[in-house]
Design a protein around this ligand. Structure first.
Ligand SMILES: Cc1cc2nc3c(=O)[nH]c(=O)nc-3n(C[C@H](O)[C@H](O)[C@H](O)COP(=O)(O)OP(=O)(O)OC[C@H]3O[C@@H](n4cnc5c(N)ncnc54)[C@H](O)[C@@H]3O)c2cc1C
Length: 463
């Protein structure tokens, strides 16, 4: 713990919407704080546009920006690439993969990760969409499915390759389904010679009674119609009971599909469980009116990681909630430093929107509900406005304009994870180097392209 006159050490874990806003606000308002921001990635990721990377519309660099670049002008902020492993609330220490970091104030803003509802074994066959790695893997699987369908002569196998199943009818599932519908409608017939677009199926599966359940029912219906016009089949009140390498099972029915995408559930950071503080049913830390953990006024938990009750309901996991809480946590710390009272947090809800495709979106704000081109333009403007980094905004605008004018996608690249050109000599494949002193090489990973597997990794039987 720092002495009375030493600069207070503020540690922020997570450079997402919440953490980045805390660090910026603190640095803008005080030069006397010693601020450290830790993140396991070196970049801030604009998650609302992840689906565009997954669907080959944008490249990863267009929706992410290095955290240290964003904060470079603030001399009292240190950005460190590190993963927080546990928090010692008594010692006031974050234990990271490079050692302990002491704090006077801690702001936890670690976000959420996918939940497969206890079926983590489904993940290899149905990647989710939370990180850039997942987005590029989804892009690889989708583009590979088209490439393999192009060279396939067996109609049954081609049908399997051209069947895309998306699990989860929230905004992410709807955006993925809409983008896939557009690709099959506009891109295939132009870029491929052998694929019959009529054989393509995009199936969106939702366990509840309607897609976009957090939206007004009329907007859900409108989104359903828009998706169906793009050729998407929507199955509501349907539960996935199993996901295997060649498809999904829905009770007694099996859909054979080479590409299954998961957009169904999230759970908060695993750091929460080890804190030993009250959590809600979803595993989020229950925080007080000033966003701190009750009994630990020096520890704030914000964004998707936290459960904040307002008007009797927990706030949803949305970027504006995270951003507003990020700034509010900074204000609370600044108030403490000045010896003032903290104020209570209140979320200002400006509404929500989801895009379906070209000139198609739904939006609601207060009593206002609308769809179509107006909603789509509003969606474009809001996303450009909140995208971090002037360069990224300009590039994304140009990409969107180009895509709109040409019906083309700007990032149709299949990038495998294997990078080496040469096979590893057999002796170097061993777990330990033979001499005991030489370098240790990793086992080469087979790539989908080199070993003829379905995009999900299932080997294609020899013909
Ligand atoms: C595909 C998708 C689409 C979305 N679309 C929308 C939308 O249209 N509108 C909307 O409002 N919201 C949308 N959201 C939700 C929104 O992105 C989240 O609510 C928001 O990102 C939450 O911000 P956060 O700062 O709490 O967490 P995040 O933005 O997830 O940031 C968490 C950060 O913490 C880091 N981190 C995590 N664990 C550790 C650790 N142990 N050590 C170090 N660093 C760690 C991560 O690397 C990450 O940088 C979408 C989310 C997804 C996934």
């Amino acid at each position: 713990m720092a002495g009375e006159n030493a600069a207070k050490k503020v540690v922020v874990i997570g450079g997402g919407f919440a953490g980045l806003n805390t660090a910026k606000k603190l640095a803008q308002k005080s030069k006397d704080l010693d601020i450290t921001i830790l993140d396991r990635h070196n970049y801030h990721l604009f998650q609302p546009l992840l689906y565009q990377v997954a669907m080959a519309g944008l490249s990863p660099g267009e929706i992410a920006v290095p955290i240290r670049t964003v904060l470079a002008k603030y001399k009292n902020v240190r950005s460190i690439l590190a993963e927080a492993k546990t928090i010692d609330l008594q010692k006031r220490q974050v234990v990271t993969d490079f050692g302990p970091v002491d704090y006077d104030y801690l702001v936890m803003a670690c976000g959420a990760q996918h939940s497969y509802f206890g079926h983590e074994e489904w993940e290899p066959f149905a990647p989710g969409l939370k990180t850039l790695e997942q987005a590029t893997e989804v892009r690889r699987r989708v583009l590979l499915a088209f490439e393999m369908a192009e060279r396939e002569s067996d109609p049954q196998k081609m049908r399997e390759l051209l069947t895309f199943v998306i699990v989860g009818g929230g905004p992410t599932g709807v955006e993925l389904a809409g983008a896939l519908g557009e690709i099959t409608r506009y891109t295939l017939s132009r870029d491929f010679r052998h694929i019959d677009p009529a054989r393509t199926r995009v199936i969106l599966i939702e366990a509840g009674g309607r897609i976009l359940p957090s939206f007004d029912p009329e907007l859900s219906q409108r989104a359903t119609r828009d998706l169906e016009n793009l050729g998407v089949t929507i199955w509501t009140n349907t539960r996935v009971t199993e996901i295997v390498p060649d498809g999904v099972t829905l009770g007694n029915e099996k859909i054979r599909s080479a590409t299954v995408l998961w957009a169904a559930g999230v759970k908060p950071s695993p750091l929460n469980a080890a804190l030993g503080v009250p959590l809600d049913r979803a595993g989020r830390v229950i925080i007080g009116p000033d966003l701190s953990i009750p009994g630990h006024p020096e520890v704030f938990v914000i964004g998707d990681q936290a459960c904040f009750m307002q008007d009797g309901k927990p706030l949803p996991g949305l970027a504006p909630v995270a951003m507003q809480q990020g700034r509010a946590a900074a204000r609370a710390i600044l108030a403490d430093v000045k010896g003032q009272a903290r104020s209570q947090f209140k979320y200002t809800d400006k509404g929500q929107m989801a895009t379906i495709g070209r000139s198609k979106a739904v939006a609601e704000s207060g009593k206002l509900r609308f769809g179509g081109t107006m909603a789509w333009l509003a969606w474009l403007l809001v996303h450009i406005y909140y995208l971090v980094g002037f360069k990224n905004r300009m590039i994304v605008l140009i990409q969107w304009f180009w895509a709109y004018a040409t019906f083309r996608r700007g990032a149709q690249l299949i990038v495998n994870k294997e990078w080496r050109s040469f096979e590893t000599p057999p002796m170097m494949n061993q777990e330990e180097p033979v001499s005991g002193t030489g370098p240790k090489f990793a086992q080469p990973q087979p790539t989908a392209a080199s070993t003829a597997t379905f995009p999900s990794g299932k080997p294609i039987p020899a013909q």
